[in-house]
Design a protein around this ligand. Sequence first.
Ligand code: AMP
Length: 192
Amino acid sequence: MLNIVLFGPPGAGKGTQATKIIEKYQLVHLSTGDILRAELAAKTALGQEAKKYMDKGELVPDKVVIDMIGLKIDKNHDASGFIFDGFPRTTAQAEALDILLNKKRAPISIMLSLEVEKEELIKRLLGRGKVSGRSDDRDVSVIENRIRVYNNETAPVKGFYEKQGKYRAVDGMGTIEEIFERLCKVIDQVRN
Ligand code: AMP
């Protein structure tokens, strides 16, 4: 199995690149942000609870997202691999993901970390906010908070994968195609 963690701050291009990667490598895309937004749209209890955090740019509690990801992994038992997008966002989530995947004897193959400058992130998120309808992409103070939460709570996850020899930083500046090529180069190294 090829299991990829696609990592990076909000606006780094994870969703865009994940779409291209799943097409090329036939993986199942698991984005906790997308799953939470679907819960919200369906007005489930989980969605209503998550909204309180998402509106402020805070992280939804670990247990909620870990249980959610566990269910999705079980549902896709015939997958040839997963790409995790926006998950794990804390070290506790990374530890839980290892346990879930070890049960399937299919550990994370690689963690690809998209590196993008803060000014560029804000520019991209505000641009996306104009077309996506996402309220958390339209308010600069919420965007700033999401970047702050990323730096404080999520960036340490790099160290978790670095210790396992799985962390790879990838330049996330440039065109979508340029970044995709850089990502594929690293993925092909671990596949071969
Ligand atoms: P995203 O689409 O990945 O930018 O996520 C949008 C929002 O969903 C985040 O600002 C968080 O409030 C919440 N969220 C998504 N993934 C996670 C996660 N792995 N852990 C906690 N909260 C999450």
